[in-house]
Each structure stands twice: as structure tokens, then as C-alpha cells.
Design a protein around this ligand. Structure first.
Ligand SMILES: [Zn+2]
Length: 101
């Protein structure tokens, strides 16, 4: 047997982007709803944490915007936009409060 070992190559490191706070949602949510929703109360469906949207952790560098719970890291909402259509998925929230004008 020859000693021709193939060099092992480590996979590239996974780069996890740093989140920003929920105030990063202000512009897009106001554009979609006409309200400043960052002051809206909400509740994480996974851990039950009550918070305001300004307190969520936002990852906005992907193809969509993802907001995660600061308590348990569950996905609270996802916003995607394509060809002028916006989709807001609130799958991780058991409650959101929107103030009437
Ligand atoms: Zn949670």
C-alpha cells in the first residue's frame, strides 16, 4: 500500500451574523402596516416571554428578515419580499398587540 493520503480539508467556518435589535423592523413594519409596531407588545409562543418588538433580535442580512426571541432564540416572525409582494409570517408569536390610531 502506498502512503498517498489525501489531505483533509476542513469545511469553511460557518459565519453567524450578529443580530441587531428590533428597532431595525421599524421601517418595514411601518411601511406595511402604517404603524410603528416596535412598541407593540408580543409573546413568544415557545417560552411565553412577553416583550415589545423593539426587544427582539433581528437578522436582516439574509434573503428575508428574521426576528428571534431574546429568551429562547425561537423564530418569532419572518418577513420576505419579492416582486412587490410582502409576506409577514408571525409563526412564533402567540400574541401581538397593535395600538389603534
Ligand atoms: Zn421565547
Amino acid at each position: 500500500m502506498t502512503g498517498s493520503a489525501t489531505p483533509t480539508q476542513d469545511p469553511p467556518p460557518v459565519v453567524v451574523p450578529e443580530p441587531v435589535d428590533g428597532n431595525a423592523l421599524a421601517g418595514i413594519l411601518e411601511q406595511l402596516s402604517g404603524h410603528d409596531l416596535t412598541v407593540s407588545g408580543c409573546e413568544c409562543a415557545e417560552c411565553g416571554l412577553s416583550l415589545v418588538l423593539a426587544q427582539v433580535r433581528v437578522y436582516d442580512r439574509g434573503p428575508g428578515i428574521v426576528a428571534r426571541c431574546p429568551g429562547c432564540d425561537a423564530v418569532l416572525l419572518v418577513i420576505t419580499q419579492r416582486r412587490g409582494l410582502s409576506c409577514v409570517d408571525l409563526m412564533g408569536m402567540s400574541r401581538i398587540e397593535v395600538w389603534q390610531r
